[in-house]
Write a protein that binds this ligand. Structure first.
Ligand code: GAP
Length: 542
């Protein structure tokens, strides 16, 4: 039992309001609700013209850091990591072997009165105790304890009869079940407020089902992948046989994943269709612990390179009761967590770095060849030679140099990382004229790198600005715009996070210089028109 959480970090929340971020994303073409003209569909989002550009830039940064220019390993050489793009629908037997058909479940509770459905492990049971009358009762909700109290204020006032109370949170599935069983009190539905209307939690499989071919029977049943990772395990041997890679090596993949989440929430943070960026790093079982530490550091560095501040990022080791179905006891997962506006002052998951052991390769080996689990084992010739040179005994060499590799898996959400980048960049600017907000994206991620403007749409200025734009767009995503007052054009660029604007005015015609206007400070200076490309290259890092 833990005491009620401390008050949310008021400064952070005041600055980073999720409602304002969602509204800005819609208004400026980053993210729209899917099927909006039909009233939307819960848990699905469309990325607008600027959102897809931002998301692609984050994806490209990840692909470059993993596949095109992988990090330098402990031996001083770049790691071997290759790319893959596997099918979303695979043979359904693969999902049985991987444990997803049997074990990829969330506990779900329904309200019998209003038919709302909840993730039982997300429900927070808040116990209110009134010492004067020795009364205590439970209210149930989602969110911070303060929000739950606020929502249930009337009921609490009625029950307290003016007495001072103390609040304790009892979060989590286990406590929830325990309390329900104790019969000490009845839960109140967080949605409709009905007492005792929540059902016992039931397990609910998160995979979306579909049918392959014309006949819709059980034999035709297939699944939309709930993680990109399995496509990598299914192709492990193909990659090993066709590419010049040896253990340790990685296979990286970016793509859509689908989960029929019980309660999609917090904008794109938890949606039913999302994108993942996953890399499975195959290594010797004895080295897996060191590789996990290695990848923790590399992944944290990558998030910092996106402009996320160190104060907003933490590591969190999973508790024992959070272990995934593939994690053996003693081999854990560590999450990189971000301080989201809806979790502050706490943090929520951004990426998991798991030690998946040999669970998946083993499972697929056994499923395909039940008599032997050696099918996907790896013969490590280098290790064999090393052990021979060290004079190790023959049987010991044999035992140690054939093994099923262990896997360290940095599993990131592309759509979740995009949201983190937007939340970090979102900066209210009450003091600034024109724009209410700035999106302070790291320049290399900004959907548009530069706005190119004639000060006025006449007097020969558009021709010069247009030429500059046509030259620059070969290298940078730029926008040319000649309409509206210049202040309004700058304000729009601030709100979509464009780091630089270049303005051609009457002086340009005589001295070949343009105004550079910087997004974050609003400061203006002048540079030669033929220096613009070099200036942008330096600032954007290309
Ligand atoms: N292969 C391991 C795996 O899928 P996970 O922690 O379930 O692990 C990895 O997912 C990442 O994918 C998460 O850290 C998160 O960034 C993202 N993710 C998972 N479920 C999501 C959802 N419903 N909506 C958006 N992103 C999600």
């Amino acid at each position: 039992m833990s005491e009620t959480a401390t008050a949310p970090d008021a400064t952070y929340n005041a600055q980073k309001s999720m409602d304002e971020i969602v509204a800005l994303c819609k208004r400026r073409g980053f993210v729209y609700p899917a099927s909006e003209i039909y009233g939307g569909i819960n848990g699905f989002w469309d990325y607008g013209p600027l959102g897809v550009q931002l998301k692609n830039n984050i994806r490209d940064s990840w692909w470059r850091a993993m596949v095109e220019c992988p990090p330098i390993g402990p031996d001083g050489d770049p790691l071997q990591i290759v790319g893959l793009d596997s099918a979303i629908v695979q043979n359904p037997k693969a999902w049985v072997a991987s444990g997803h058909v049997g074990g990829f479940n969330d506990p779900m509770a329904d309200c019998k009165a209003c038919k709302s459905r909840f993730r039982a492990d997300h429900l927070l049971a808040l116990e209110l105790i009134f010492p004067e009358s020795d009364q205590h009762f439970l209210i149930c909700g989602i969110g911070e304890p303060e929000e739950i109290i606020e929502k249930n204020k009337k009921r609490i006032d009625k029950l307290s009869k003016g007495q001072a109370g103390q609040g304790f949170t009892l979060s989590g599935f286990n406590e929830y079940t325990k309390l329900n069983e104790s019969g000490r009190s009845e839960f109140v539905c967080p949605e409709c407020g009905e007492k005792g209307s929540l059902t016992e939690p039931r397990e609910f499989n998160l995979m979306f089902e579909t049918f392959v071919g014309a006949i819709r029977d059980d034999d035709a049943k297939a699944y939309l992948r709930p993680e990109t990772a399995q496509g990598i395990f299914l192709n492990y041997k193909n990659v090993l046989d066709t590419m010049r890679v040896r253990v340790p090596f990685g296979v990286a993949q970016v793509g859509k994943a689908f989960r029929n989440e019980v309660t999609p929430r917090n904008f794109v943070f938890r949606s039913r269709e999302f994108e993942q960026m996953e890399m499975e790093f195959f290594c010797h079982p004895d080295d897996a612990g060191q590789w996990k530490e290695y990848w923790k550091e590399k992944r944290m560095e990558w998030y910092r390179s996106l402009g996320l501040s160190a104060d907003n990022l933490i590591f969190r080791e999973h508790d024992k009761d959070e272990l995934s179905h593939y994690a053996k006891d003693g081999y854990g997962t560590v999450d990189i967590e971000y301080k989201w506006p809806f979790t502050a002052p706490g943090y929520g998951e951004l990426e998991g770095i798991a030690h998946r052991c040999d669970f998946d390769l083993n499972a697929h080996s056994k499923a395909n060849n039940p008599d032997s689990n050696a099918d996907l084992s790896y013969f490590d010739q280098e290790l064999q030679v090393r052990l021979q040179n060290e004079g190790v005994e023959k049987d010991e060499i044999k035992r140690r140099s054939r093994y099923i590799p262990h896997v360290i898996e940095p599993a990131a959400g592309l759509t979740r990382a995009t949201l983190a980048v937007i939340c970090e960049a979102f900066t209210p600017t009450p003091e600034r004229k024109g724009s209410k907000y700035i999106l302070k994206f790291a320049p290399h991620l900004a959907p548009i790198k530069a706005g190119i403007y004639p000060l006025v749409n006449k007097d020969g200025l558009p021709e010069v600005a247009k030429k500059l734009y046509l030259d620059l767009r070969n290298k940078f995503t730029c926008e040319y715009d000649a309409k509206q007052a210049i202040g309004k054009r700058y304000a729009r660029m601030d709100e979509i996070g464009t780091p630089y604007c270049f303005t051609v005015d009457s002086d340009t015609l005589s001295d070949n210089t343009v105004t550079v206007r910087e997004r974050d400070t609003g400061e203006q200076s002048r540079i030669a028109i033929d220096e613009v490309e070099r200036f942008l290259s330096e600032k954007i890092g290309r």
